[in-house]
Design a protein around this ligand. Structure first.
Ligand code: PGA
Length: 252
């Protein structure tokens, strides 16, 4: 049985004091999640990671939003997996569409970052998804197949089982145009089948999240789908009240 997982992606939002405030106020929601076997995670900015982790409920995973694939060196502005490990982070988002769009993050680069995380016992949360144009041209599965094959290459079956995948159609992120439950189930099912082809006997343990304009009022519908194990949420994860509402909706 795969446990449900709700992860908030804060993007470039919240100062350390705001992050700390959230961590203090989310305690009740986190207890409720624990009682209902729901896992939680938040991905704050680098600047807030330690503050957030030091105050956050123990059952809340803390993810970075990005990581460099090298361990150290002349890479101005970057942070490595071993550095995240030392400050007790749980993992990192990889290949979010905003990084693919604005920072030239390719799937092959993502593969190197995933390798660096796994080598440091950290959880990669690998994001895939098609643009609106690709969706309209019926290329969704081709795009995602390539993102999976390039981003998840050269793993062992045991490593594959540790990876979390998020299907986030680019056209649905921050737009309010969320994908239908049918699309989410269809593509998350496709992802699971493809992971199984790449790494036989791994896919039943891999958690696959849907992301893109998920809100308290639509999250439960996604979670009723067989192949959707949780959600990666941007805007609606920024307030404790809507994050807590989503936790409650997940337990229905
Ligand atoms: P959104 O963002 O929930 O604001 O659409 C999702 C994401 O970028 O992960």
């Amino acid at each position: 049985m795969r446990r449900k997982l709700l992860v908030g992606n804060w993007k470039m939002n919240k100062t350390p004091s705001e992050a700390k405030q959230f961590a203090l106020e989310v305690v009740k929601g986190a207890l409720y999640a624990q009682d209902h076997e729901i896992d939680l995670g938040i991905a704050p900015t680098y600047l807030c990671l330690q503050t957030f982790k030091s105050v956050a409920p123990k059952n809340m995973l803390v993810f970075a939003q990005n990581v460099h694939f090298e361990d150290h060196g002349a890479f101005t502005g970057e942070v490595s997996a071993s550095m995240l490990k030392e400050i007790l982070m749980d993992g990192s988002l990889i290949g979010h569409s905003e990084r693919r769009t604005y920072d030239n993050e390719t799937s092959l680069k993502c593969a190197k970052k995933i390798r660096a995380l796994l080598n440091n016992d950290l959880i990669p949360l690998y994001c895939v998804g098609e643009t609106e144009q690709e969706f309209n041209e019926g290329k969704t599965k081709d795009v995602i197949r390539l993102q999976l094959e390039e981003g998840l290459k050269d793993l062992t079956v045991e490593e594959m089982k540790k990876i979390i995948i998020a299907y986030e159609p680019v056209w649905s992120i921050g737009t309010g145009k969320n994908a239908s439950e049918e699309i989410a189930e269809n593509i998350c099912g496709f992802i699971r089948d493809h992971v199984e082809k790449m790494y036989p006997s791994s896919s039943q343990e891999v958690r696959i999240l849907y992301g893109g304009s998920v809100k308290p009022n639509n999250i439960a519908g996604y979670l009723r789908q067989n192949n959707v194990d949780g959600a990666l949420v941007g805007g609606a994860s920024l307030t404790v009240s809507s994050f807590a509402e989503m936790i409650h909706a997940l337990s229905e």
